[in-house]
Ligand binder design. Sequence first.
Ligand SMILES: [Zn+2]
Length: 656
Amino acid sequence: MQQKADIILKGGTVLTMDREERILGRADIAILDGEIRYIGDNALSLYNASTIIDCTGRVVMPGLINAHTHLPMSLVRGIADDLRLDVWLYGYIFPVEKNFVNKEFCRWGSLLSALEMIKSGTTCFVDMYYYEDVIAGAASELGMRGICGETVLKFPSPDAISYDIGFKYARAFIEEWHGHRLITPAIAPHAPYTCTPDILKEARKIAEDYNIPVLIHVSETAFEVENARKEWGMSPVEYLDNLGLFEAKTIAAHCVHINEKDMKILAEHRVGVAHNPTSNLKLASGIAPVARMIENGIDVAIGTDGAGSNNDHDIIEEMRLTALLPKGILYNPTVVPAKKVVQMATIEGARAIGLDQVIGSVEVGKRADLITIDLSGVHNIPQYNILSDSIYSRIVYAAKSSDVNDVIIDGKVIMLDKKILTMDEDYILKHIESLSGEITAFMHKRESSLVDKLLAIGGIEWKETFEVQVKTRVDGPVNIDEIISNENIKLIRKSTRDQFDTYLLFNNSTAKIRYREDEVTENGKLIETIYTLTLVDRAYEKEFPNFVLLSGSCFSSIADKSLRFYREYFQPDRIFEINKKRKRFRILYKGIDFAVNVDEITNPKDGGYFIEVKSRTWSENDAIKKAALISELIQLFRLSEQNLLKDDYTELFLDK
Ligand SMILES: [Zn+2]
């Protein structure tokens, strides 16, 4: 008598990825209630199934595992490429995330990523992002299996203004999804450097309370490791180990810059590593020592990372890089062979993420997460089987993700003959189009305005609109200390500075951006260096007999990133430097605030000596009142009214 089955996969070449590494030619697989019930010949005579899929000529294998990604980030795919990590992150990704990441963004971005993953043969993913409940919802709606890690970090995030609230959100999410058929909820402290020790300890506690994994980025860049050694006197891996994080099942993404000692720790605690070759290459983070990790007995899985840094979720492409990169850097073609890589994307990947009891191989009793791949494309012809591992080579070195034909997850047919059955693809794509339209409009507006671009990187202060200014050239060094002691003048502060100004100038904009390194000295000794970034956009200037009235927008901020960052981010058409020694006096004259600068221009060489009197205000009327006082100050400082200059230093020295 025939037994009942839901699906029979008939006549495929079955790559079991089981312990014996069996490859079965023309075998059948019977699936019931989401589970693999039978692997062998003649399933049709043993089972009565409602769905029969003819797999003749195709490979049937475990679904591929993408061990590290950020699903919603497919919405920022290709928004800005070929940039340094800080420019990419602070200049593009953070501003878009700040403005757009909400539940809707996460839902549609996740649906798009899930769609892409299914089409390229991925059946299980490991995600770290915000609004993870929405991501879990979207992915499971399409029928994907996943580990969804709610991100916590010390900074405010899109779904939590503090990490206490982040943990609350995470606990609620974990409780809601715990025990779900497809989704394993997880806790995801972002990285050692973005978390406090308290966050990491709490993450471990939550992981132990619910018996769920911890997901974290570890040792992604050399810079991160350098800083860890400076701050904690040890590597990020040692640091996390010291905090006891690895007592919980941990999946560590990247591990690009780890040493032998780190590897021993990771292996000992059975920390699964998610290797993301494309992302590491694209962001120029480096190449992870995968061959050594494997030799050290670490379970290494393969991931794509988010589509912001990849830019796709094509795990077959990652498999190829996983096989090729170690060969190239070690000058050894025998390391990390194709079979090993297929294992990493299936059974070993499952072990790395803690799901090897459930998925990762084609074995009776396991959940039916299976894909079929058509290896008959011209790029895979002819098919030699002279060596026993040829089939793995065909998958790793020649197959394309578009060769994936059918996808079954948890016993449900998700894609049949390249057609998604669980959701209307066009419906998803239409929503993506409208969302990406909104993002485009936002970016265009920002790209076209230096002010918006400056505001996007944060920490900006809007300065008073009006400035009254007199400037005059003097013959040589002047000492105004005596004048400052006039009874009408109250000295508030006096300082000596070496100022190194770099101006970023633009052909199509009147705005200038000034990056200033201000070395404050006292008796010739450096006491402080202040870095500021100022954007000045003059709307108009009015020349009066003895002063200039300037107006326009002026924004200023502490420059917490390097000059190199600003140069790459703003992409000026010209760069111009002016250096000077400045004596700066903040004074009150008849109760009104003025700055008096006595400058010696040192670059350009022999630039000369100048005295400037300045004051800023929000009101034009007030500015004109101040101008009257400036006239009096000019008399006091015995400056000749004929020599007054209206140009600023860039105008005086540019092209000279
Ligand atoms: Zn990541």
